[in-house]
Ligand binder design. Structure first.
Ligand SMILES: Cc1ncc(COP(=O)(O)O)c(C=O)c1O
Length: 381
């Protein structure tokens, strides 16, 4: 593989977002019209277009994917102490939204092959107290969720589908984020479409929609009673400037997904035969990977540790990010004695210790992928 020597002195960040011409045009319009707050017209337009893109009736734009999860769970009004099933291998937001509102997180392990929640474990963990399941899709590949959805429906358990990493991904030909009672998304700078920071809640349920809108905006009263509040909410609003950018990004979603797949497929081709690491599937019968990020996991018995590999790559100008840290191992939750039982989650622990992802942003160039893979293979040898 020929790699231009120029790259040897270059730093390749783990993510470089792409800003489109339409983003700038829309943002300038928002500024020219003096609409900078969440009251501006782009917010409703973005909510409408994003929900249509995902075949959902209602969209509620919020300040982050974390905020989207918190509001969604609160809107479901579960009794204090109810159980909510989540993966232990995830961003901390998944557990925080449960804990912050006085519910009990129940953990499941993930599959070593696709790094997603194991459906049979979700079903096994259901008890009389289970009121919700947060289905969290990881790193570009969806949870095989059919069976879980069926069981949840039968038992009247609510599903929140966390599609933060999945914008434009499909599960059996339907968009991720169009399943369950509520779905949530993130528009942080490393997501498929970005508004800098931001998030979205989607639902087909009018009641949930009204609750989420109110919770996003401090549960203000109405009319003359505007400043008399009946419930506790958040200021998790989304600005007109963010929505302006979101509309520009959404306009380019087809290209973004295509490019993400190209990046992932190129990495996959160059690394799939390496015996020292394993990577997520390119395709299964229910989905093909859109590679939100391109992750690698060092196999057992390799003398090189993940942390040393990270350092060596960094020395060569290649930034990486370690995989998630499991919820049951988090210092904060240990101090709070949240996960008291002695359950172990070996796959999550293994992935967390040995996994990292390579530069995967939409701004990544093909010649950079060549350089990264060549350097990685040499270090692994
Ligand atoms: C699966 C998942 N859910 C939720 C979030 C939280 O999103 P945000 O960073 O916008 O709060 C993230 C962030 O990366 C995520 O990966």
């Amino acid at each position: 593989m020929k790699v231009k020597s120029k790259l040897k002195n270059k730093f390749i960040p783990v993510n470089v977002p792409k800003i489109f011409k339409e983003d700038k045009i829309n943002i300038n319009k928002a500024l020219k019209d003096n609409w900078v707050s969440s009251e501006g017209p782009f917010v409703k337009k973005f909510e409408k277009q994003f929900s249509e893109f995902n075949s959902r009736k209602f969209g509620i734009a919020v300040s982050s994917g974390t905020a989207a999860l918190e509001i969604s769970l609160k809107a479901l009004n579960f009794k204090k102490g109810s159980e909510v099933i989540i993966p232990t291998f995830s961003i901390i937001s998944t557990a925080l939204c449960v804990i912050k509102i006085g519910l009990k997180p129940v953990l499941v392990d993930v599959d070593l092959k696709n790094w997603n929640m194991i459906p049979s474990q979700i079903i096994e963990k259901i008890t009389k107290k289970t009121k919700g399941i947060i289905i969290t899709h990881i790193y570009g590949f969806p949870v095989d969720m059919d069976e879980v959805l069926k069981v949840a429906k039968r038992k009247n358990i609510k599903i929140i589908e966390d599609a933060a990493e999945m914008i434009g991904q499909k599960y059996k030909n339907k968009n991720c984020g169009s399943f369950g009672d509520i779905s949530t998304f993130s528009f942080y700078a490393n997501k498929h479409i970005t508004t800098g920071e931001g998030g979205m809640i989607l639902t087909n349920d009018k009641n949930i929609y009204s609750q989420c809108r109110s919770l996003r905006n401090l549960c203000f009263g109405t009319g003359n009673e505007r400043f008399n509040h009946n419930s506790i909410g958040w200021n998790y609003r989304f600005t007109n400037i963010q929505a302006a950018m979101g509309l520009g990004q959404l306009n380019n979603i087809k290209w973004i997904i295509k490019r993400k797949k190209e990046i992932g497929t190129k990495y996959h081709k160059l690394l799939k035969n390496n015996k020292k690491i394993f990577i997520q599937d390119l395709k299964t019968k229910y989905a093909s990977n859109i590679f939100w990020v391109f992750g690698i996991v060092i196999k057992k018995n390799l003398r090189l540790s993940r942390n040393l590999l990270v350092k060596k790559l960094n020395d060569k100008g290649i930034q990486t990010r370690n995989f998630f840290y499991p919820m049951h191992k988090q210092n904060v939750f240990k101090k709070m004695k949240i996960f008291k039982n002695k359950n172990t989650y070996p796959n999550s622990e293994f992935l967390s210790k040995n996994g990292l992802y390579l530069p995967s942003g939409i701004g990544l160039k093909n010649k950079e992928i060549d350089y990264i893979c060549k350097t990685l293979i040499k270090i692994l040898d």
